[in-house]
Design a binder for this molecule. Sequence first.
Ligand code: PMP
Length: 544
Amino acid sequence: MKRCVHAPDIRVSEAVERGYAQSCSCGGTLGDAGARAIGASSGALGVAAVLMRASPRVHRTPRYVREHSGREAACHRSWQSSLAELQTRGSMGPTVATIPRKLVALGAKPSVWLEFTPLAAALRAVNLGQGFPDWEPPAWVAGAAKNAVADLAPETQQYARSRGHPRLLETIADVYGRLRFHGRRLDPNRNVLVTNGASGAIYLAISCLVDDGDEVVVFEPTFDIYMGAIRLAGGIPRCVPLVWRAPPRAKVANEDATEPASCAADWCIDWEALREAIGPRTRVLMLNTPHNPLGKVLTRKELEQLAELVHAHPQVTVVSDEVYENIVFEGREHISFGTLPHMFDRCVSIFSAGKNFSVTGWKIGWMIGPEELIQRFHAAQQFVVFSVCTPMQVAVAECLAEAERRHYFRELAALYQERRDQLVATLRQSGLDPIVPQGGYFVVANFGKLPGFTNQFPAALSALEGGRVPGLEIDDATRHRADYNFARWLSFECGVTPIPLSAFFCERHADRANTLVRFAFCKQSQVLEEVSRRLQRFRDISGR
Ligand code: PMP
């Protein structure tokens, strides 16, 4: 079967088998979704028709739960009144009485991923929403995993110690002590804990530091799992949005010299709002540098100012998510908060093998911090997962040592910088205004100045609801939100899926993301080229 050269990554076999495939002008074959995605005529069968026939019905969350329990307001209502209301409505059945308050606070509304991941898959759109590299890990990384799996010794195949495999603990203490913590002596059995990915570390830290009713300060936009961990711990998030302030040096003309270039550094901490947010009930200050989604890398000056605040509030611990530590651009330095004077004892830093070695599926993370905190987290980990995948820990130990021998992280940063530049150029040519990241693997772009887009829930998406696309769930509260509708529109019209940025804000601040979406650039160069081709349609619509 000849494949369409305009949409090479579209898998058509399923559509062809079912007789739903169409031909493109190049003579290749593609499914209806593909035909739409590259702008070919939609023909007799619409994408909705294809998907309606192809997909089984799926269970959906009851409307009442989506509308009421998931809203911010529900977090602040008393459990008794929520429960009484639910029981009066009688729509939840008897099991509702067993739902603890923290789960109600977590909300039952579908997450942004439950809409855009199935939607992108169903449309065969290029999914730049989810952040995982689509390339193979380096051969020596894969080799380390193969060797570890092939080593049949019990210390490689059976439960590791719950603190971590001794080999990995020692390697982390050695490498991070010398390179990241500027020569600090880290004790592998006191200052390090291996976790189930960085996500496991974040959950552990928050659940061990936060009691019911305690407050956690987070900067917005914020990586969404923080909010989940805070609510599951019974905590209350205090959200402090970063504010856009363009300093004079940021007014550098971009390629077509018509717009000022936007840069992640222009998103600044609102110090007044932060001071107001930190109070006697604050237990944790969440930091994330390099930042997901903006790509901001906190400067030494910003970190020093933060350290002053932390110093003034002895009850506060900093949880510093540094998973993009080695993905920084233009030779920038990533600074761990724990390296600031007197801050090692006030902070736990979190890292991830997934990001460092392009193996997000391995789920190996680690925390570095003072003995007092690490021991507490270790004690808890014994009763949660007990221990983390042993052969992968052995492989990561090998990878960390090998990365140092090869100066691998320079290579990694250079690779990502190239991809960033490629996507930033495409977005600019398409009339989107990218906020150029200083680190990480996402770029946020502003679509506010584009003609041709109107804030409407796409009719084609309505046609796909009701279980016609497996796993597709839509949060009703987002139906009128411009950033969501833009991400939906781009998926249908151009076959490129970003993530709406309001998903990274609380309800109260969601309007700040009205014209912003996030694209991942951890994708192969040819995929980003395909994105550029698909966005050509976008350029046509907006007359650029
Ligand atoms: N923190 C941030 C900021 C992230 O972007 C991610 C992954 N998207 C994680 C933590 C989770 O890392 P891991 O895959 O190691 O759990």
